[in-house]
Design a protein around this ligand. Sequence first.
Ligand code: PGA
Length: 249
Amino acid sequence: MTKTVIANWKMNLTLAESLALAQAVVGYAPDYPTLRLIIAPSLVWLAPLAEAVSYRPSNFFLASQVVSPHPEGAYTGDVSARQLKGLVQYGLVGHSERRRYHHETALEISGQITELAAVGITPVICFGEMSQGEGNRPPPAVTAALGQDLASLPGEVIGQCLLAYEPLWAIGTGTRATTGYIRKAVKGFKTWFGQTLGVTPPMIYGGSITAENAGELGAINELDGLLVGGASLDAQTLAAICRAFSRQV
Ligand code: PGA
């Protein structure tokens, strides 16, 4: 079964550094045929990068980190899904850093999902709890927020998305959730999606993933992939994560 590894470069890397890293990932992507490798560079480097990477292995894709909830118009500094079409195959939405620093609302997130899906870009919907709990059942605050983000969307749109479970307390902190915690949380959220929304999209995990802990995550059957931040900025570390996660050790 194909699993997904997304490299979220956030606001890092110059053009030259992004190109070098992308070329390295393109070079080793075929070594991991059971993975779909997706990189999300800075928005400003997407076009030069898409052009520079002329040879693309069939399991290599690009993602945007941002998208406007509006189709077009007077939204200075924003980029529409229509403008991203052709450049990327995936788009991150609802990342906690966007919610926190740009105060993105449920209405905007649902608009972003609609816009991406309308042009055939797969939305990657990020969500997760603020503080560490038991992991036994989805925290009501998170499901309530998800309910708001997704309320106006038809099941078939949600069914086309990828979900990224990212506990906020684990993002960029070096404190990864334990394997048992992630397994329980992913199972719980998948059950919630199935019962509440009638669809169970694939679910990946993000938050302080390293080459050392990726192997354990590969053992979680319910988990469909990883969303890697800081550790994805180094080509060899990302390769080690792919190797460990796909159990090619
Ligand atoms: P991290 O970031 O791997 O640096 O914790 C994950 C993310 O924010 O997607």
